[in-house]
Design a protein around this ligand. Structure first.
Ligand code: RFL
Ligand code: PHB
Length: 391
């Protein structure tokens, strides 16, 4: 089998790249280890920056997003029993975010690839990039028990944090920077109306909580939990009272609970692998970097990586110039590091971190109090939350 760009992983990064390349006449094959049903069933991100929304429109998958995505012009911080609104739009000169689930983005991308006759091979096993330091790279894999080979010009690893591609960069040229946080997030999806029209990020003595949503009838909530906890430790009878306990009384009073239709625990991590390319292999999205979900940046960074990489590949196929491809890693990482900083800062500010001691807790309180009364401080939050520009 042969193509121009071999893509590992049919998450948002891989599918979006395939779709953008196709619109410029560049062929690709996507190799995905799971079934499509599994990929579409994973509940993950919900907040899209305008840069990603624009990119999805460029990719020709913006129609349902424009119809069903909810524009959010503000978020709320809940502190000391009160809500403080951060007016994203007023503070950033008219910008906003869009609430539209990653599951929906993935569904739209799969539909677009099908309509364009794109090749996505599902349930492939043992994918391995080969000869990435030569100009004849290829992928080997197993499909339905048979050994297969895909020859291509470039390989792009969009295979997420647990993928295979990152480990193909020799350790001698790869730097890994990582921070693991001493808590997790328990997430619940419920078929109930969201408690408020805008997201609420709550800092509370018992731990962080987040009220988010997917639609007017679908809520997404999170509470900070212990790393030792498993989903069975959090039956609905424990989850709803604990969530309400961490919210201001008036918010808790109007919260409609209901059976959880999905419940999962995610660890929190900051992680960057540098560089994001080696020879003819490129890494994009979670394959190259992870942020804690507090800043809602993971999917958005996958989007900005694909923006830079698709542009470089399109230029290469049009002009044979490799300079932009060679600059991909540095360019993408500059934006990644900004989102790493923001996500780390907001995570440390909002969560309960008893290991850090009383002084740290008082500094958190002082910073939060300053944040909600200083326009300058709120502007820093708003500017990063809506997303820094792509250059
Ligand atoms: P994905 O989505 O993990 O897709 C990778 C794909 O590669 C496949 N794969 C392989 N295929 C073939 N061979 C192999 N060896 C393979 N290994 C893996 C996998 O099956 C999968 O289909 O990575 P991608 O495309 O880079 O996208 C990244 C995003 O999924 C991720 O950053 C976000 O979900 C993070 N995130 C959020 N990001 C936001 O921008 N806003 C948010 O509000 C937000 N909330 C979240 C989040 C992530 C969360 N969890 C569970 C980690 C909330 C949560 C709870
Ligand atoms: C979500 O809706 O899943 C979500 C929203 C905002 C975040 C993280 C997750 O910061």
């Amino acid at each position: 089998m042969q193509t121009q760009v071999g893509i590992i992983g049919a998450g948002p990064a891989g599918l979006l790249l395939a779709q953008l390349l196709d619109r410029h006449g560049i062929a690709s094959v996507v190799l995905e280890r799971r079934s499509r049903a599994y990929v579409q069933g994973r509940i993950r991100a919900g907040v899209l920056e305008q840069g990603l929304v624009d990119l999805l429109h460029q990719a020709g998958v913006g129609e349902r997003l424009a119809r069903e995505g909810q524009i959010h012009e503000g978020i709320n911080l809940a502190l000391g029993g009160r809500l403080h609104r951060i007016d994203l739009t007023a503070l950033t000169g008219g910008r906003h975010v869009t609430v539209y689930g990653q599951t929906e983005v993935t569904r739209d991308l799969f539909a677009a690839r099908d309509a364009a006759g794109g090749v996505i091979l599902e349930e492939v096993e043992a994918v391995r990039p080969r000869d990435i330091e030569t100009d004849r790279p290829h992928l080997v894999f197993r499909k339905a028990g048979a050994e297969e080979r895909l020859d291509c010009d470039f390989i792009v690893g969009c295979d997420g944090f647990h993928g295979v591609s990152r480990s193909c960069v020799p350790p001698s040229v790869q730097t890994i920077v990582e921070k693991i946080y001493p808590f997790g997030w328990l997430g619940v999806l419920a078929r109930t109306p969201p408690v408020a029209p805008e997201l609420i990020y709550a800092s509370h003595g018992q731990g962080f909580a987040l009220c988010s949503m997917r639609s007017p009838v679908l809520s997404r909530y999170y509470v900070q939990c212990s790393l030792e906890d498993c989903v069975a430790d959090w039956p609905d009878e424990r989850f709803w009272p604990e969530l309400k306990n961490r919210l201001p009384a008036e918010v808790a009073a109007s919260l409609v609970s209901g059976p959880a239709i999905e419940k999962s625990i995610a660890p929190l991590r900051s992680f960057v692998a540098e560089p994001l390319s080696h020879g003819r292999l490129f890494l994009a999205g979670d394959a190259g970097h992870i942020v804690p979900p507090t800043g809602a940046k993971g999917l958005n960074l996958a989007g900005s990586d694909i923006h830079y990489l698709s542009r470089a590949l399109i230029r290469f196929y049009r002009t044979s110039e490799e300079a932009e491809l060679q600059g991909y890693s540095a360019r993408a990482l500059a934006r990644v590091w900004q989102a790493e900083r923001f996500s780390w800062w907001l995570t440390r500010l909002m969560h309960r971190l008893p290991e850090e001691g009383d002084f740290f807790a008082r500094m958190q309180q002082a910073e939060l109090a300053y944040l909600v009364q200083s326009k300058a401080a709120m502007t820093l939050l708003a500017e990063n939350y809506v997303g820094l520009p792509y250059d």
